[in-house]
Write a protein that binds this ligand. Structure first.
Ligand SMILES: NC(=O)C1=CN([C@@H]2O[C@H](COP(=O)(O)OP(=O)(O)OC[C@H]3O[C@@H](n4cnc5c(N)ncnc54)[C@H](O)[C@@H]3O)[C@@H](O)[C@H]2O)C=CC1
Ligand SMILES: O=C(CO)COP(=O)(O)O
Length: 342
C-alpha cells in the first residue's frame, strides 16, 4: 500500500485490542501498510478464525483479511514488542481492557483509541480513561475518529479520518502508521473536540434513524443534523473544545456519514425503534454495539454538569428510557419556545 508522500514507512508490530468490526477494519489498514498486526480477542473461536481463515465472520462478514493480520486470546503475546497499540473496545469496556493491558505494554508504545463514547459513571472521555489506567500522560494519548464505517474501510473505499493528540508527535506517528492511498489521515490537536463530536453524533444518528423510520423527509433530517451539530458544539465548547473541530471530519463529516448510512448501527437502531420494537428488541436485532444509547444518558448528565441546552438529546432520552412515543418527541421539539438560531 502506497504512502501518500511516497516516503518509506518504518514497519513495526502493532496490536489491536478487541476484534469487533472497527478493530478488525483498522487492523486491516495497518496490515495493508505492511505492519505485522496481532489482534487480541477474548473469544478463542474468533481468534482461530482470524488466524487460520483470515475472516471475522460475525463482525465483518464477507471481508478477506490480510495474511499478515493474526489474532490471539493471549494479551501478553499480542502486546509483546508492539510499538503501536490500538484500543478499539466499545466505551463500556475500555477501562477493563486498558487495566488488563497496562502492565503488558512496551514503555514506548504509541497509544491510540478509536471508541466513540464516554464512560457511563465518571462521564470521562476515553483518553482520560486510558491515561488513568495505563499511567500515561494524557497529552500522549491519540484518538482516531471521523466518517469511517468499518464495512467500507475494509473494502478499501476512500475514507478520511482525524488523529488527535494534545502533545505534538504522537498523532503524527499514528498518522504515519495508518495513512495510505485509500485511508487519508489528518492530524489535529483538539482531543476534546474530536472525542465529544464522535460520541454525541451517535445520539443524533439515533434520531435520524427514528425520523427516517417514521417516514419524515429530508427537511426533518437536515434539521436534525444541523440542530444536532449546534448541540455538539454547545457541549464541546463548554468542555473546552475548539468550535472549528466541529466543522471538520470528526464533526460535520461523521455526523453526515452516520446519520445517512444504513451501515450505521445507531441509525439502524433508531429506524427499528420507530417500527415499534422495544429498546431491548432493537439492541438484540442490531447485535453489535450501539454507543448512542449509553451516550444519551452520559450526554444528559454532561449537559447538566456544564449547564448547556441539548433538546434533541433530552427528547431521545425520554424515548429511549421513559417510554415517550417518538412522534410526541418530535412534537415537543417543534413546539419548544421560539428562539434565535445562533
Ligand atoms: N464499526 C464502525 O464502523 C465504527 C465503530 N467505531 C467505534 O468503535 C468502538 C467499537 O465498536 P465496534 O467495533 O463497531 O463494535 P462491535 O460491536 O462490532 O464489536 C465490539 C467488540 O468488543 C468486544 N468486547 C465487548 N466488551 C468487551 C470486554 N469487556 N472485553 C473484551 N472485549 C469486549 C466484543 O466481543 C466485540 O468483539 C465503538 O466505540 C464504536 O463507536 C468508530 C468508528 C467506526
Ligand atoms: O462511527 C461510525 C462511522 O464513522 C459508525 O457508526 P455506528 O456505530 O452508528 O455504526
Amino acid at each position: 500500500m502506497r504512502q501518500t508522500d511516497g516516503s518509506p514507512r518504518e514497519l513495526k508490530k502493532a496490536a489491536v485490542l478487541v476484534a469487533g468490526s472497527w478493530g478488525t477494519a483498522l487492523a486491516a489498514v495497518l496490515a495493508a501498510n505492511g505492519h505485522q498486526v496481532v489482534m487480541w480477542t477474548r473469544n478463542a473461536a474468533q481468534a482461530a478464525e482470524i488466524r487460520d481463515l483470515h475472516v471475522n465472520s460475525k463482525y465483518l462478514p464477507g471481508a478477506a483479511l490480510p495474511e499478515n493480520l493474526t489474532a490471539t486470546t493471549d494479551m501478553a503475546e499480542a502486546l509483546l514488542g508492539a510499538r503501536l497499540v490500538l484500543f478499539a473496545a466499545p466505551s463500556s469496556a475500555m477501562r477493563q481492557v486498558a487495566a488488563a493491558a497496562a502492565s503488558l505494554l512496551e514503555p514506548d508504545a504509541i497509544i491510540v483509541h478509536a471508541a466513540k463514547g464516554f464512560e457511563i459513571d465518571s462521564l470521562d472521555r476515553m483518553s482520560h480513561v486510558l491515561a488513568e489506567e495505563l499511567g500515561r500522560p494524557l497529552e500522549t494519548i491519540v484518538v482516531l475518529s471521523g466518517p469511517s464505517h468499518a464495512e467500507e474501510v475494509v473494502k478499501q473505499l476512500p475514507t478520511t479520518v482525524v488523529v488527535a493528540s494534545e502533545a505534538e508527535g504522537y498523532a503524527e506517528q499514528a498518522q504515519d502508521a495508518f495513512i495510505n492511498s485509500c485511508f487519508r489521515v489528518y492530524t489535529n490537536r483538539d482531543v476534546i473536540g474530536v472525542e465529544v463530536a464522535g460520541a454525541i453524533k451517535n445520539i443524533i444518528a439515533l434520531g435520524a434513524g427514528l425520523s427516517d423510520g417514521l417516514g419524515f423527509g429530508d427537511n426533518a433530517k437536515a434539521a436534525l443534523l444541523t440542530r444536532g451539530l449546534a448541540e455538539i458544539g454547545r457541549l464541546g465548547q463548554a468542555m473546552g473544545a475548539s468550535m472549528m473541530t466541529f466543522a471538520g471530519l470528526a464533526g460535520v463529516g461523521d455526523l453526515v456519514a452516520t446519520c445517512t448510512s444504513p451501515h450505521s448501527r445507531n441509525w439502524r437502531a433508531g429506524s427499528l425503534l420507530a417500527s415499534g420494537l422495544s429498546l431491548d428488541e432493537v439492541l438484540e436485532k442490531v447485535g453489535m454495539v450501539v454507543e448512542g444509547v449509553r451516550t444519551t444518558r452520559s450526554a444528559k448528565s454532561l449537559a447538566a454538569r456544564y449547564g448547556v441546552e441539548m433538546p434533541i438529546t433530552d427528547q431521545l432520552y425520554e424515548v429511549l428510557f421513559q417510554g415517550k412515543a417518538p412522534r410526541e418527541a418530535v412534537e415537543s421539539l417543534m413546539l419548544r419556545d421560539r428562539t434565535g438560531e445562533l
